[in-house]
Design a protein around this ligand. Sequence first.
Ligand code: PGA
Length: 252
Amino acid sequence: MERVIPTKIVIASGYKEMSSLAASFVAGLVQEKPDLVMAIPSGRTPVGMYRQLGGMYRKGGLDLSRATFFLLDEYHGLGPRDKGSFYHFIRQNFMRLVNVPAVHVPDSRFPDAVEAGRRYEEEIASAGGLDLAVLGIGVNGHIGFNEPGRPFDSRTGPVNLTPETISANARYFKTPAQVPREAISMGLATIRQARSVLLLASGAPKAEAVAAALAGPVTTTVPASTLQRHPAFTAIVDSGAASLLSGFPQKG
Ligand code: PGA
């Protein structure tokens, strides 16, 4: 097993604590660098963190107006107005709550998805590169939409979603047939280039993926395991998601 750099793992008691620890982590970095450039996830996991950030903003303790945000991924063919799009999700669950003027998103309706990915990479580079990537993790160990098998040197581009991911995402759509099969995702190399990475996970269904990602071998079968090689990688997981980890100190 290759384990070059010790990962910082914080184990929270539950979802609420995971969310507030994550929000404090983000707010701390924004305080140090108000023009922080961040990759941000969609999904159930970060909703509590976004709410906490909204609370900090309302109380006057957080200003995100100078920060820059890049969504990790977007479904192929869905635009900002589509209710199932991640852009719609992030507008409802994050942008509405804070003073974030804009969130970048891959142009998933551009006919050439490879080119759309390349342009997204350019946007990230011209913003100065990612200071922070905040990530959820799929039950199959994916980060962004980098499904098992995606090369560690992958850059932003088109990806096919696995049946597992498609069924996990069906809750956002009226019928299973509406769930997109393809997406554009930030690549694993793109994510790893972020100066700091924060992975969040909550609940027992994520326990296997978390154990494999944080304590298993570094392998493309578990895309998140590539983060073990990142020099500034923090995982904040709740006790359910941490239940198959052993040998890490508990910290509330
Ligand atoms: P979730 O998704 O936050 O909705 O569990 C995480 C992911 O699939 O990356």
